[in-house]
Design a protein around this ligand. Structure first.
Ligand code: ATP
Ligand code: MG
Length: 294
């Protein structure tokens, strides 16, 4: 099986005023091409941090202690800020938990989706708006053309989340990270959004990292699942795999403040948009063991 994403032994702390908080401890998992991989775990165990680490959108206080993240065979921790900026939004994208805080309230939604296309695909504004309207139709938004000029606050939560999905898919990415994509919408809309994600996954040939608290969603949606706990360990099983047996991706996360600061600090910065680069380049982390040997 070809892995689109491989995370190996990612270990990450946060620098805080009270010392160093250990958040991820040797987190490892793979996502195959075309696979929906679920990541579950209690609140605060590090699911969102794991996702942000993949996109290199962590704040400067995040310290990568070791491990590697490989996307389509390339080590993301070795990439420059510019290279990461090009990857984000085009080849891997993320839909956040709360669309209301992810969309910019001061710009019409059409402009926001169009901007992704002008930055990453080089379309001019009219072409990008036309493509945005097409995407709105694809994600089931009514009156797609008229919606272009609407502002986020004029949309319902479900519509906002569909806009986020349209934006995420604008450049036909290979990997979509969906972090609790249905938490902010009601139960009926949850089912619709998940159906939409699965339809688009098949249509676009996407791999999906689906972060959720909801085991019902995992059972309905995911090919395999990994779980994490704050401490001391967790293990995981899979609903179904290509071999039909449960998979056990090794993903371990621990957290809690601990004093002192290790020397191998790798500062990151987080930027709010897909296309903006983090401002400091991470040091290449440890080499990735061959996935087939694990
Ligand atoms: N910038 C930061 N500085 C310090 N600690 C942080 C920072 N961001 C996250 N953390 C800590 O990292 C841990 C993991 O956070 P994360 O947001 O990944 O949790 P989560 O598993 O996504 O939780 P939830 O299910 O509630 O979304 C938490 O203990 C959190 O307090
Ligand atoms: Mg989270």
């Amino acid at each position: 099986m070809t892995h689109l994403l491989e995370m190996r032994d990612l270990t990450l702390d946060f620098e805080t005023e009270d010392g160093v908080a250990k958040v991820l401890d040797r987190v490892s998992f793979d996502i195959a091409e075309g696979e929906v991989f679920g990541l579950v775990g209690e609140t605060g165990c590090g699911k969102t941090v794991t996702a942000l680490a993949i996109l290199r959108l962590l704040p400067r206080t995040a310290l990568i202690r070791g491990g590697a993240i490989r996307f389509a065979g390339e080590n993301l921790l070795a990439k420059s800020d510019g290279e990461m900026a090009r990857l984000r939004g085009s080849r891997m994208t993320m839909v956040f938990q709360d669309p209301a805080t992810s969309l910019n309230p001061t710009f019409p939604i059409g402009d926001q989706v169009a901007r992704v296309l002008t930055v990453h695909e080089g379309l001019d504004r009219d072409e990008a708006l036309a493509r945005a309207a097409e995407l709105f139709g694809r994600v089931g938004l009514p009156d797609a053309g008229g919606l272009l000029r609407r502002y986020p606050h004029e949309l319902s939560g479900g519509m906002q989340q569909r806009v986020m999905i349209a934006m995420a898919l604008a450049c036909r990415p290979k990997l979509l990270i969906a972090d609790e994509p249905t938490t902010a919408v009601d139960v009926t809309l949850q089912a619709q959004i998940l159906d939409l994600l699965l339809t688009l996954k098949a249509e676009f040939g996407l791999s999906v990292l689906l972060i959720t608290h909801n085991f019902g969603i995992v059972a309905e949606t995911c090919d395999r699942v990994g779980s994490c706990m704050r401490a001391p360990w967790r293990r995981s099983g899979g609903r179904r795999t290509s071999s039909g047996s449960p998979s056990i991706p090794t993903h371990k996360a621990s957290c809690g403040p601990s004093p002192g600061r290790a020397p191998a600090d790798v500062p990151y910065s987080r930027s709010p948009g897909w296309s903006r680069a983090s401002s400091s380049r991470p040091r290449d982390a440890a080499s990735i063991p061959d996935a087939s040997s694990r």
